[in-house]
Design a protein around this ligand. Structure first.
Ligand code: SAH
Length: 216
């Protein structure tokens, strides 16, 4: 409860500071904050529920921790510090207002897919690469034709960052951080699924695309 109150107060203070800096950062900075808050709101009930899972297997937790810290730095800390202080302003670029508006074409479908993938995975979802005791293979809903719709959603949202934060460092850091996480994590996540589900996952993999549905 106290944690939640502290979180809400911190969010209100940050929102006030971002509004105070609106002239410098442009309204894309508010879209950025809004997209961050929306992803937390979408994820939090799933996080709370899945805390009760019994975990049967966790893979490469050391690497996972480093990758997650990278995404947190690139996606939250670096942009926020820049938007509040202008520390990377030497790397600013100008974009017309409609380029900022274009970010919504990525963020809105991204948030929808983020929500759907959490709902479809249900208790099988986890922040790190792990399997729970009663893990089931989900191959329906948004998982019917895509193996990693949650990562597709995250890509859509993160690719919008440079349209919302007009800075080569603060806008692109998350793309580098999530790119590293994606490239490193996906192969061992899929290997873990093959280990657990065998041919069921191999067949599923043949019928699906990683991030977008297969052309066939
Ligand atoms: N890579 C997926 C899921 C991300 S959450 C996506 O982008 O949508 C990570 C966890 O999801 C992994 O630890 C794995 O246990 C679980 N997972 C991944 N694909 C799954 C599937 N098709 N069915 C059930 N669980 C899955």
């Amino acid at each position: 409860m106290i944690g939640r109150i502290v979180g809400v107060v911190a969010m209100v203070v940050l929102a006030a500071l971002l509004i105070w800096r609106l002239d410098v950062n442009g309204w894309g900075s508010l879209l950025w904050a809004g997209s961050g808050i929306a992803t937390s709101v979408i994820r939090s009930p799933h996080e709370a529920r899945n805390k009760q899972n019994t975990i049967a297997r966790q893979d490469r937790q050391g690497i996972e921790r480093v990758l997650l810290i990278g995404v947190m730095l690139g996606g939250s800390v670096i942009p926020l510090v820049h938007l509040l202080t202008g520390v990377f302003s030497f790397a600013d670029y100008d974009l017309p207002w409609w380029a900022t508006a274009l970010s919504l074409l990525l963020v809105i479908p991204g948030l929808w897919l983020f929500h759907r993938s959490h709902t479809d995975l249900g208790r099988n979802w986890s922040v790190t690469t792990e399997l729970r005791d009663d893990h089931t293979l989900v191959a329906s809903g948004v998982y019917e034709r895509i193996r990693h719709p949650m990562y597709s959603a995250i890509w859509l949202i993160f690719l919008a960052y440079p349209l919302m934060i007009h800075n080569w460092v603060a806008g692109f850091a998350v793309i580098v951080a999530f790119g590293a996480m994606y490239v490193i994590r996906v192969p061992y996540e899929e290997a873990m699924m093959v280990d657990r589900f065998g041919d069921e996952y191999r067949t599923y993999a043949e019928e699906t695309g990683r991030l977008v549905p297969p052309l066939r």
